[in-house]
Design a protein around this ligand. Structure first.
Ligand SMILES: NC(=O)c1ccc[n+]([C@@H]2O[C@H](COP(=O)([O-])OP(=O)(O)OC[C@H]3O[C@@H](n4cnc5c(N)ncnc54)[C@H](OP(=O)(O)O)[C@@H]3O)[C@@H](O)[C@H]2O)c1
Length: 243
């Protein structure tokens, strides 16, 4: 892989891990990771897989390796077939060396709670996951999910993502990585809680049809600064940070 910006350089696997290290673990930080096509599609044939090459998967793993909590919308969890969060031995060791738990905590955002407590991402999670919901969600489903996850109520009729992030930070989960999906990014934008966007630009034109990386009610625009750009086999990895 090659670093293009802020200065050209070849990157070893270790360099790449260091490049994505959070600047400061004491300050709460929300990173969002997405892959999109050149023409802005968030999926090909309905899934992100068609957009993601080997280098994207490598960076996806590196980002997971640095976070305290992995924030994901119930839609993405259901649709993309999430399993339990697992990291390879090298990433777990790096986390131990950095004084972190071996595996980050999965935090799922859901209003309807159409999630089975037997879902592998919850039932087989290596650390007890968190479900972030709101007060109007079905009480019986909250109760059922409480068998396998800590269920946190944040908001009255929708999940207040600002409050949810504050609740995670109170548990010491300050470095949050969101892997989407689009409604979670839209909600984070509405709450003005996007500190960083790691965007993979996949070298293909997907054509019309698919959605964008963000969805939901319109929000104000926020200008971001380019922190780095990496290239590998035509894929671009752009890291933009809050101005
Ligand atoms: N290209 C990429 O990098 C990438 C990444 C992720 C996902 N995707 C794609 O995105 C699509 C899935 O996205 P999606 O439309 O289902 O969006 P999503 O943001 O993954 O999930 C939406 C669901 O999350 C819950 N949710 C999110 N924000 C909420 C809030 N503030 N309050 C209450 N509930 C909230 C709701 O769950 P309930 O329905 O349970 O209430 C809602 O239906 C898939 O096609 C997937 O492949 C692509």
């Amino acid at each position: 892989m090659r670093l293009l910006l802020p200065h050209p350089a070849d990157l070893s696997a270790d360099d790449l891990v260091t490049l994505y290290a959070p600047p400061d673990r004491t300050t709460p930080r929300v990173r969002v990771n997405f892959v999109a096509s050149l023409d802005g599609a968030v999926t090909v044939d309905g899934f992100s897989e068609g957009l993601s090459g080997p280098a994207d998967k490598q960076i996806f793993g590196i980002l997971r390796g640095w976070c305290d909590a992995l924030l994901v919308g119930a839609g993405t969890l259901r649709h993309e077939g999430y399993g339990p969060v697992r990291l390879d031995a090298a990433r777990r060791e790096r986390r131990r060396d950095a004084g972190l738990p071996e595996v980050p905590v999965l935090a799922v955002v859901s209003g309807r709670l159409d999630l089975s407590p037997g879902h592998p991402a919850l039932a087989e999670a290596p650390v007890r996951p968190i479900v972030l919901t709101h007060a109007a969600s079905p009480a019986d489903r909250r109760e059922a999910l409480a068998a396998v996850a800590d269920v946190l109520v944040c908001g009255e009729t929708e999940v207040d993502l600002g409050a949810a992030l504050d609740a995670l930070a109170e548990r010491g989960l300050t470095q949050v990585l969101s892997e989407g999906g689009p409604y979670v990014l839209g909600g984070l934008q509405a709450a003005d809680r996007v500190d960083e966007l790691c965007l993979t630009v996949a070298p293909l034109l997907a054509g019309p049809g698919a959605g964008r990386i963000t969805a939901g009610a319109p929000t104000a625009a926020h200008r971001m600064d380019l922190a780095h750009a990496v290239e590998a086999e035509g894929e671009l990895f752009l890291r933009y940070v809050r101005r």
